[in-house]
Design a protein around this ligand. Structure first.
Ligand SMILES: Cc1ncc(COP(=O)(O)O)c(C=O)c1O
Length: 401
């Protein structure tokens, strides 16, 4: 199913070669091929005759059938993402990361089922569980992100799915994914993990036994803050079920957006390396400031999740948090408003740095968030880290003043 013939290629090479099957980039009648799969826009697909139309009714997912089932631009992106996850059978694309997560949960859960959801999950993921899933008769139990092998005690005969997000994208707790996956497997429970922070480049989740990964491509894969999309990548066992549900829900993506995502994907390796390096420079500087309570970054040696990060991850991205010691909301606001290199805005993973305030105490239910210092989240971009640090220094001056 993948476009690369050699499964041993390294991720940086796969990023360059992925999705560029000859039938998607060239036509022998034109005498050559183009580098990037062109944008194939389509609703209607024309058939040669009725026999052709009838035969195509049973088409596989990578043959032209009807626009909603995709065109080569869409398949090229899906294929390139599948290539990045050793052990993956296929990838499905969705209009946003939230749509990917919601569709995955809907596809894998039925009325009467029980879901174990990590307490540090992205808030709209929780909202889907508490809203639509609850309405459809699925019960959710939130669990402590640090639970590890203790997850076994929460599994009931009705538990069908354990959802993970590591690190949590607001509070950055690391999860012991192999320990949780082992307990899930032993009890026949499926695992699904939001891998947006790390991408498969830094954390090959399927290779570590996770069954389905969700990713918001809006973040690091797109990388330029100008398009939204999400993906589910799954093992051979679950892929047909997810594909069927996605077709039933009528979820499809624009080939123009896929072309933007493919463009972002080609440079993901170099961008992530720079995001990670810049993020660490800023995080280390913040750790030495008297105004800062703690820096929430698993790649820092003092972080509670550092050992797990060092064991399972091959690098870091540029998203992390820190607390402002003794600062109230007004102090945090003065700090953030004084920044100019950091834009104030949601999302992350784009080339430009962003900052948002966050309030985890309002969200958590399994384990109370007891840190009373205000929390700030930074998405560190590709600027020079010295300019970012100078900007933060101005923020601290404004906070004091
Ligand atoms: C961890 C995580 N997962 C999923 C999403 C949702 O992605 P999207 O904005 O593409 O719907 C986000 C968005 O911020 C996120 O932070």
């Amino acid at each position: 199913m993948s476009s690369s013939d050699d499964p041993n290629l390294r991720p940086a090479t796969k990023l360059v070669q992925g999705g560029r099957r000859p039938e998607w980039t060239g036509d022998p009648r034109l005498g050559g091929s183009v580098v990037n799969p062109p944008v194939w826009r389509a609703s209607t697909i024309l058939y040669d005759n009725i026999a052709d139309l009838k035969a195509r009714g049973h088409a596989t997912h990578d043959k032209l059938y009807y626009g909603r089932r995709g065109t080569p631009t869409v398949w090229a992106l899906a294929d390139a993402l599948t290539d990045l996850e050793p052990g993956a059978e296929g990838t499905l694309l969705y209009p946003s990361g939230v749509a990917a997560i919601s569709a995955g949960l809907l596809a894998l859960l039925s009325p009467g089922d029980h879901l174990l959801m990590v307490d540090s999950a992205y808030e709209p993921t929780r909202s889907f569980c508490n809203g639509m899933l609850a309405r459809f008769g699925v019960t959710t139990t939130y669990y402590d992100p640090s639970i590890g092998a203790g997850i076994a005690d929460l599994i009931t005969p009705e538990t069908k799915l354990i959802f993970l997000e590591s690190p949590g994208s607001l509070t950055f707790e690391m999860q012991d994914v192999p320990a949780i996956v082992a307990r899930a497997r032993a009890r026949g429970v499926t695992t699904m993990l939001d891998n947006t922070w790390a991408t498969p480049l830094l954390f090959p989740a399927l290779a570590l036994g996770v069954d389905v990964t969700a990713m918001s491509l809006t973040k690091y894969v797109g990388g330029h803050s100008d398009a939204m999309m999400g993906a589910l990548t799954a093992t051979k066992v679950l892929w047909p079920r997810l594909r069927h549900a996605t077709y039933q829900l009528g979820l499809s993506v624009s080939p123009d957006d896929c072309a933007l995502m493919l463009r972002g994907l080609r440079t993901l390796d170099v961008r992530l390396a720079r995001h990670g390096e810049n993020g660490l420079a800023v995080a280390n500087w913040l750790a030495g400031r008297s105004e800062v309570g703690r820096v929430l970054h698993p790649a820092l040696p003092g972080d509670p999740g550092h050992a797990i990060w060092a064991r399972d991850f091959t690098g870091t991205s540029g998203l992390f948090g820190f607390t402002l010691k003794d600062a109230d909301d007004a102090g945090r606001t003065r700090f953030i408003d004084a920044l100019s290199a950091f834009g104030i805005g949601f999302s992350w993973g784009g080339y430009e740095s962003l900052v948002v305030p966050s309030n985890p105490a309002e969200i958590r239910t399994a384990v109370a968030w007891t840190d009373t210092d205000s929390l700030v989240r930074l998405s560190v971009g590709l600027e020079h880290s010295a300019d970012l640090i100078a900007d933060l220094e101005r923020g601290f001056a404004a906070m004091a003043g």
